[in-house]
Design a protein around this ligand. Structure first.
Ligand code: PXP
Length: 398
């Protein structure tokens, strides 16, 4: 990753999603044609930026952003090193916060602007040089800002809830309660944007009757998860959910274990997409964050891709978690660039959902187990609202 973010700001985590910030900086480097260069960003308090301002610019006061091009003022031999470094941007989060209030701007917009402003300085723009330079820099700032503002497809990440587990409890007794149809209504009332059910070949939880009733009663959107199996395809075409998600399905698995491999079965999946298209049912493909799979998804006409977050959620240490997160972030961005609508799910819970919800290109999350598990203790309404609060908080942050 070309951008290195360091924070000396004590509570940066409350205001800034680090990975999202890095992601934005990397995108800006790409937009400016310097993605092969490294950039260092330091977040500080007013006291530290004031001290740097004093030391290097003879100005005894805090400021919002400072830029130091690589090699500037240092040993001239550094500039000839074969390292492509842009330099350092130092942002005072205290000042950014104050300015956001002063200019009635969302904090994240202020931070974006400061990052762009600092980056343009590193690229040689300087508004202090002349009026025409100022105009040029302002225009480029506006251009980059509008590019990143256009990036998010929706203002809010949507939360779709998988109610399979409600049916699992019902099937344990093979009676008629608890009813996933009632659960779906509670989820919708609590603010969910959609309901997901997986009609498995072995009917271990969701039954045909559930899908039919859900289709008739849901006010938001029913996403039917299914294998690309002939009988289930026929049921989907008959019931007409709002969309289907094709997943790999193995009888012996506890839950969907990996993403669908559409490279080894391109024709079969393309055929299902074609049949659904004739019935105006959009198709989502549940894929691992693999760019080759995404390219095929685009080629065969998928509308959505749901990225499998399982490996990210199951990470056993920070390095693995970061690696898996970076794969998801890159896949989400590439899918979006290809024109696919990007979603994510599997294994997301109250601790690991925030960073995924914060990805600009992810428009919907599909979550089941964590919410239904919590609902046993808190009630379903509260379990849904608690998760929505996490998703919305991630949306609000930088
Ligand atoms: N997305 C897909 C495609 C799934 O198969 C599942 C599990 O049914 C989920 C999301 C939800 O996963 P979890 O229950 O772990 O939240």
């Amino acid at each position: 990753m070309p951008t290195q973010l360091t924070s000396h700001y004590r509570h940066a985590g409350h205001l800034i999603k680090e990975r999202r910030f890095i992601h934005l900086a990397d995108r800006l480097l790409k937009e400016c044609g310097v993605s092969d260069h490294a950039l260092s960003v330091l977040l500080v308090h007013d006291a530290e930026i004031a001290q740097i301002n004093r030391q290097y610019r003879n100005k005894n006061q805090p400021t919002n952003v400072l830029s130091f091009p690589f090699g500037d003022g240092a040993d001239a031999s550094l500039a000839s090193l074969p390292i492509k470094e842009l330099g350092d941007i130092i942002i005072s989060v205290d000042t950014a916060h104050r300015e956001a209030i002063l200019y009635r701007q969302p904090f994240k917009d202020r931070m974006s602007w400061l990052l762009i402003h600092g980056l343009l300085h590193l690229l040689g723009y300087d508004h202090e040089r002349s009026a025409s330079e100022e105009k040029k820099m302002l225009a480029r700032e506006q251009e980059l800002l509008s590019k990143i503002n256009n990036y998010r497809r929706t203002t809010m990440t949507r939360l779709a809830i998988n109610v399979d587990h409600i049916a699992t409890i019902r099937q344990a007794r093979a009676i008629n309660e608890p009813d996933p149809v009632a659960a779906a209504a509670i989820c919708e009332l609590a603010g969910a944007s959609g309901i997901v059910v997986h009609l498995r070949e072995d009917r271990r939880h969701i039954q045909d009757r559930d899908v039919i009733l859900l289709c008739q009663t849901i006010k938001t959107k029913l996403n039917l998860e299914m294998g690309a199996n002939k009988d289930i395809v026929a049921i989907a075409l008959d019931i007409k959910p709002d969309l289907i998600t094709l997943v790999p399905e193995k009888r012996e698995e506890l839950t969907t274990e990996g993403g669908l491999d559409i490279i080894s079965q391109t024709k079969k999946i393309a055929k299902v997409i074609e049949k659904m298209a004739k019935a105006s049912i959009p198709v989502s493909l549940f894929l691992d964050p693999d760019l080759k799979q995404l390219a095929v998804a685009k080629e065969i006409g998928a509308t959505f891709v749901e990225l499998h977050t399982g490996r990210y959620c199951d990470s056993v240490n920070e390095a693995m978690c970061e690696h898996e997160y970076d794969l998801l972030a890159a896949a989400a961005e590439e899918g979006d660039r290809l024109g696919l609508r990007m979603c994510a799910g599997h294994g997301l819970n109250y601790h690991n959902t925030g960073p995924i919800a914060a990805l600009d290109t992810i428009e919907e999350l599909s979550i089941g187990h964590a919410i239904i598990a919590r609902s046993v203790f808190t009630g379903l309404d509260k379990a849904v609202r608690d998760m929505l609060a996490i998703v919305r908080q991630a949306d609000m942050l930088f």
